[in-house]
Design a protein around this ligand. Sequence first.
Ligand code: PSV
Ligand code: MN
Ligand code: MN
Length: 394
Amino acid sequence: MSTPTLSSLTPEARRLLESQNIELPSWAFGNSGTRFKVFGTPGTPRDPYEKLADAAQVHQYTGAASKVSLHIPWDLVDDWADLRRYAEDLGIEIGAINSNVFQDDDYKYGSLCNPDKAIRRKAVDAHRRCLDIMSATGSTDLKIWLADGTNYPGQDSIRERQDRLAESLQQIYADLGPDQRLILEYKFFEPAMYHTDVPDWGTSLLHCLALGDKASVVLDTGHHAPGTNIEFIVAQLLRVGRLGAFDFNSRFYADDDLIVGAADPFQLFRIMNEIVAGGALDPDSGVAFVLDQCHNLEAKIPGEIRSITNVQEATAKALLVDRVALAQAQRNGDVLGANGILMDAYNTDVRPLLGELRESQGLAPDPMAAFLASGYLERISAERVGGQQASWAA
Ligand code: PSV
Ligand code: MN
Ligand code: MN
């Protein structure tokens, strides 16, 4: 395929690319690390307001990241209406509210699945507080990822934990507002090492189906065993209308939370290809695209900018797939022809096309270069002292 230009896109493909929006995680802007060391980065935000200010920079230069997920209690503030106004003044919005029921001593043996009813009630109430925050900030998504599980066979009843989970989720679901939904993330291991209570998409889907229409699955690319065919899961969840959100990141070994598309750009392309084929790229599809990453070594705002451009590149390639020719080749049993059509799109350099697209939107063609030239990093490094740690790594 020759180097495509903006005019080589169909009007529909151009509309989809122009309207693509990827949510940023507030925790990407805080310091994070491993259990060995958390390195500080100059200019790291000291509170949720500064995280939003940094996220707004990513949106300013990419034009494709207008929402920010918050994590509660990491991002607690006194006045939610004020935080919402602050975001709006920056030209961004509050996205999903992530509940954190994994950092309190009471949750040692689990939160929503804990054998102790009082602790389950405490965890349900923590989610109710998240729902209140959603109402105050205009957020529509309650995102639940649980650290629940066990380390040893026999430690607790696997089956009873599922029953407790179903009951706790029902209590939370019952309190959703009319425009709110619950999205349930799965992860196959960690921190629990023997069994995890929501380890896979099947378990998440079963709970969502039992809850009702306002519950959907969150797929995090880093939460699968090596070799898992993630695009198959995407296709399957889209078929039943239950892919609620996507957490983008990339991994080499475990849940590495590295920059999306850094480890395996071909996998990212295959995933975006399934998203495009399933009609899920449309902003009205109900699928939220979110980054879930931490930047331990690299600078955080540039790390998020690179992530956005990586997703845009994979998306543009997926939009270039000749779907008519592909369907024809598939019908004809033309194995190599069909595979060649996908590979043609994957091997196309879409960076000039994306630069053109940005210019047509009044943006610089290279968001990374424009941001680095702006002096913002130097300014925050001089102004902010004592940045906040992002996450659980201490
Ligand atoms: C933990 O693995 C995790 O990375 C999940 O992916 C959540 O989405 C995220 O943390 C925030 O809680
Ligand atoms: Mn995640
Ligand atoms: Mn994760």
